[in-house]
Design a protein around this ligand. Sequence first.
Ligand SMILES: [Zn+2]
Length: 274
Amino acid sequence: MSGLWAPRLMIEKRYIRSIKKMMQQFAELTKGRADPQEILDAWKEYAESERFRKAAEDIAMKMVTGLFQDGQRTWRAAARENGQGREFYEALQQELSGQVGAVYYDLIYQNSRLIRTLPDDLAKQVTRYVAIEQQKGKRAMEIAEDIRRMFPEKTRARAELIARTEVSKASTALTQSRCEMMDLRWYVWRTSEDQRVRDSHDLMEDVLIRWDDPPSPEALNREKSYGRYHAGNTFNCRCYPEPLIELSSISWPHKVYYQNRIQTMTLAQFKRIA
Ligand SMILES: [Zn+2]
């Protein structure tokens, strides 16, 4: 089952590509404009347009829908493995009209809002840059040329951070709402297998977590706490929750996060608190 619950990297890559393509419209607007202020005005006008709002919404919808459908396939596969096919299947059929549907629409709204902040962030950076360079006596035409040159680099980093963080968060939100629907109260914290896993998250690998009791991985690792959160729910995190469907699907004794610490419990001990 390893990796079955991981959000698909492909969805993240596609999201980055779409955001960059959306921002390409802003790069186009710098062309043929020799005055930085003219560029900023043109950006502002486009950023406030209906067309841009629609483009952002479309991109967010595609990303969330991709995760949603991918999750459905995962749940069906998991249900088959656990002999709960029919029960899960029926619940999945009715998702969009229920609580999972509400989470789905909310994720589209949140993501489209977030990517719509990109032009504004960019405009702020450029405004600062223009002020500094003007003070140094650089000519407007040269500054406009700098803006054109800086554009790809400035949007790339932001697009990547947003995509990486938001795909994980959206995936966790969908898994959580499906767990609630199926009355599954625990999950196993899984780290992604790439080298960027931070120490505090490494500590959480394979630990059982209850949905209503998120840990602070940093505090558990004796670092400064960022607050409590679930797998995948913080910036640049590719961890993900793997729902605990059958107690027999994991080995016992097992690590459990309980009463603010990670403990090793036997199946009998776990059953008393689960
Ligand atoms: Zn992580």
